[in-house]
Unconditional design. Structure first.
Lengths: 114, 110
């Protein structure tokens, strides 16, 4: 069964460093998302991406964040200058089409900022 | 501000019993409703979705939606210890992003 994959599974970085989290959505899906979950808290929406541009973004998704689909398979989230409060689990998700809202989640990247 | 509220639990039921999980949402424009299961340290896993008022059954799971009351529930019949997890209610509206509740922790006791 097709699935969303994410790399790395764990990332430890120093405050102020840049990190790139990578996702490979399900191959025929058209909509891509990033969510994050701080330990013990809700899953929160960050950004959605369709047709090579951002569709929606939340207040969390400030200028420190960017997303990119550099080729036909990868979807990346970049955090330019990490803060301690960026420590969280980051989930990528994808959905098939405009008519299908069901989102399938990848296994996540656990980011720890020291 | 869209809100999705769930009783955080923990909810404990004996094996074989029916587990009932509830969720309310604040945005009357919400269109689609989802139940995800999340094991500790893992990603949300889709269980069911429902769009229309009424009941929707899938195996041991039944989702119920009442848009007038802004209420959605999940029933798990014949609960198994492997069902022990946190259950997340999520909604979407005109924007496609999921708004999640904080989850209900379910424990099924053998």
């Amino acid at each position: 069964e097709p699935e969303v994959t994410q790399t790395p599974s764990h990332q430890v970085t120093q405050m102020g460093q840049e990190v790139i989290l990578r996702c490979v959505p399900i191959s025929n899906h058209l909509y891509f998302y990033w969510y994050r979950q701080i330990l013990g808290q809700k899953v929160e929406f960050l950004v959605s991406f369709y047709n090579n541009e951002i569709s929606e973004k939340s207040e969390i998704f400030d200028d420190q964040f960017s997303v990119e689909r550099p080729d036909g398979s990868n979807f990346t989230l970049k955090i330019r200058s990490t803060k301690l409060e960026d420590s969280a689990m980051y989930f990528c998700a994808s959905s098939l089409s405009l008519a299908s809202e069901t989102q399938y989640f990848g296994p996540g990247t656990r980011l720890l900022v020291l | 501000q869209k809100e999705v509220e769930q009783n955080s639990g923990p909810l404990s039921v004996p094996e074989g019993a029916i587990a009932s999980l509830n969720c309310t949402y604040s945005d009357r424009g919400s269109q689609s409703f989802f139940w995800y299961r999340q094991y500790s340290g893992k990603s949300p896993e889709l269980i069911m979705f429902i769009y229309s008022n009424g009941d929707k059954e899938d195996g041991r799971f039944t989702a119920q939606l009442n848009k007038a009351s802004q209420y959605v529930s999940l029933l798990i019949r014949d609960s198994q210890p492997s069902d022990s997890a946190t259950y997340l209610c999520a909604v979407t509206g005109s924007a496609r992003q999921l708004t999640f509740g904080s989850g209900t922790q379910l424990t099924v006791l053998p």
